[in-house]
Write a protein that binds this ligand. Structure first.
Ligand code: ATP
Length: 328
């Protein structure tokens, strides 16, 4: 490991998230601001292993006009080869051959696991910028893409709600979030859902039935149940309910799926990306490594990658309480 940093590489890895481009732009421009060379590595760890044309020096102009774009100009990939010794050795050789002193990984928990293993194996400085719509990392109140994905879900559910109330229907809407209920909880409160099923709370079909029957008895013209993908399948829970009720409800199921992943980042995600990119470069300059940069209560924090990945991120009890009060 070199004492000072003069050349940094940046890549995006794993699932794409809105705000990744804004983070790339921020990393590139702050590197140049501090007189470092900055190399964009295309297609994540796959590009790191392949080298050659997958490594490209980036200028300020190369990242013009991307702050508002979804996806990632560096493209993303999943690489099984990076989990092998041969793959990691090749990646390390390519970094050394290109005189690169540090690596910034923009991604989620899988990407950070790879970054941690790699950084420790070769004593190479790695720093993570959290970018995943699932918000499932410890060390930042928000990960890049989470706010945009939630707003996208809310907009879609608002449209479905128009149909639900016009036809007196019960809609089960499945949202993303992997094994966490963050997108589900915030979108449920925002659209005024009647019920929410999140992985963090045990789910009971009897309780759900009671809530929906109570709503119907209280002259609700429609009901929306938000189902986090990590809690259960919306299709299955709708089928269970219909079986118990002899199809008493006019039930529909919508799985929002990948439409939550793309799109132009919100103002919140753009500003978060801008801040995290600058902090990442400044962190490397101060000797931070094997850490994820994040914001907690709007203050910069560097959290060890393993804590970011393995720490338990609790669902917001206060929001669950608010939801249960307001959904009557
Ligand atoms: P998302 O949360 O959006 O799915 P992610 O960063 O968690 O994004 P993964 O597909 O889990 O995405 O991981 C991305 C890549 O990280 C993998 O394809 C692999 O190359 C690398 N990776 C994951 N786990 C390891 C590991 N144990 N060792 C080395 N590399 C790993």
């Amino acid at each position: 490991m070199k004492a000072t940093i003069s050349k940094i590489a940046v890549l995006t890895s794993g699932g794409d998230a809105p705000g990744m481009n804004a983070a790339i732009r921020s990393v590139v421009r702050s590197s140049i601001f501090y007189k470092h060379k900055i190399i964009g590595v295309y297609e994540g760890y796959k590009g790191l292993i392949t080298g050659g044309e997958y490594f490209k020096e980036l200028s300020s102009r190369d990242v013009s006009g991307i702050i508002n774009k979804g996806g990632t100009i560096l493209r993303s990939a999943r690489s099984e080869e990076f989990k092998t010794k041969e793959g990691m050795d090749m990646a390390h050789k390519n970094l050394i051959d290109n005189d690169i002193d540090a690596l910034i990984v923009i991604g989620g928990d899988g990407s950070f696991t790879g970054a941690h293993v790699f950084g420790n194996k070769y004593d190479f400085p790695v720093l993570g910028i959290p970018a995943t719509i699932d918000n499932d990392l410890v060390g930042s109140d928000y990960t890049l893409g989470y706010d945009t994905a939630t707003n996208t879900a809310v907009e879609a559910i608002d449209r479905i709600k128009d149909t639900a109330s016009s036809h007196n229907r019960l809609f089960f809407i499945e949202v993303m979030g992997r094994d966490k209920g963050f997108i589900a909880l915030r979108s449920a409160i925002s659209i005024g859902a009647e019920a929410i099923l999140v992985p963090e709370r045990p789910f009971s079909i009897e309780k759900l039935e009671q809530v929906l029957e109570y709503g119907a008895a209280n002259k609700k013209t429609s009901s929306i149940v938000i189902v986090a993908e990590g809690a259960c399948s919306a299709v299955e829970v709708a089928a269970q309910l219909n079986e118990r009720n002899n199809n008493a409800f006019d039930t529909k199921v919508t799985i929002l799926g990948h439409l939550q992943r793309g799109g132009s980042p919100t103002c919140f995600d753009r500003i978060l990306a801008c801040r995290l990119g600058v902090l990442a470069v400044e962190g490397l300059m101060k000797g931070e490594k094997d850490v994820m940069v994040g914001l907690i209560n709007r203050k910069a924090r560097f959290t060890p990658l393993m804590t970011a990945i393995n720490g338990e991120r609790e669902v917001d009890e206060e929001l669950l309480r608010v939801d249960s009060i307001l959904s009557i």
